[in-house]
Design a protein around this ligand. Structure first.
Ligand SMILES: [Zn+2]
Length: 286
């Protein structure tokens, strides 16, 4: 029996060799195929992961851009609420008001408003008011104010806003309040009569440093920063020290008026500190 088997194997050895060879080739082929598939899957996974990562980054970027745009829109274009109808002005005090100058358009940035030059009409309100950085200002001043505000903040000198646009009717209340405190003669030295306040134009802003407002402001580093930089953004300190006979007001280190960078820088360069002197127009008391 064993002899027969031996003979059989010897006779068909070459066939066995072929079968083994085929088995080896098949095994090599299958192994190669599996390796190739695994590599392909791995590459696909990596590509998918990279794709997911870039998609996430893109989504995050879009989200960020949307948030920035929304914040900017919120900041720049929030239309300030303004009474569409303003009550007819009732002047509590008889005044003469010079309106015959080339600086009497309350919607222009070169308007002169002082005790000799009232706003015409007295009940004027700006149609382009926007809310920005805690202020309500005419759109003509808002962008420059925003730039100044951001620059001060970036320089470590952040300031706030204590007052900006005030309507005619608000000024009636404000002025009457100060009369009750100091009497009319006293109130007239620091509070404008209704229709005579720059705040009604939307071009003026009272700034503060933290809780340091009004006459406290002069002692702050924010005040120093504004003295150096305000003109670059078109703002001037409207009521400088020692100019009461010209402006009609005691010094106000906190009150800034937008006149545009060209005028503000020219005034600074020429050492002219009041609009009355710069434009050669009358000022002082009522
Ligand atoms: Zn003011």
């Amino acid at each position: 029996m064993a002899h027969n088997l031996k003979r059989f194997i010897e006779k068909h050895l070459h066939l066995l060799g072929i079968v083994i060879a085929l088995l080896v080739i098949t095994a090599v082929y299958i192994t190669s195929y599996i390796i190739y598939q695994n590599q392909a899957i791995s590459a696909t996974d990596q590509a998918t992961q990279a794709n997911e990562k870039s998609t996430e980054a893109l989504l995050a970027k879009i989200k960020q851009e949307k948030a920035t745009a929304a914040a900017a829109a919120q900041k720049k274009t929030t239309q300030a609420t303004v009474a569409s109808t303003t009550p007819a002005p009732t002047q509590s005090v008889a005044t003469s008001c010079n309106t015959s100058t080339s600086h009497n358009d309350p919607s222009a940035i070169d308007v002169l408003v002082n005790k000799k030059h009232c706003i015409v009409p007295l009940s004027f309100y700006p149609s382009d008011l926007v809310n920005i950085d805690g202020a309500t200002l005419s759109a003509k001043a808002a962008d420059s104010f925003d730039q100044m505000f951001m620059a001060a903040t970036a320089a470590g000198q952040p300031f706030g806003v204590s007052s900006s646009y005030r309507s005619y009717t608000t000024q009636v209340t404000t002025y009457n309040y100060w009369i009750s405190v100091s009497g009319q003669a006293g109130a007239d030295t620091y509070s404008a009569r209704p229709g005579y306040s720059e705040h009604q134009t939307g071009l003026a802003v009272d700034v503060k440093a933290g809780s340091c407002t009004l006459s406290c402001f002069i002692s702050t580093t924010q005040y120093n920063w504004l003295q150096t930089h305000a003109a670059d953004y078109g703002f001037i300190q409207r009521y400088p020290d020692g100019k009461q006979s010209i402006t009609g007001y005691e010094t106000e280190e906190w009150h800034y008026r937008y006149v545009g960078a060209a005028v503000a820088q020219d005034m600074k360069m020429r050492g002219i500190s009041t609009l009355e002197e710069y434009w050669g127009l009358s000022g002082g008391d009522y």
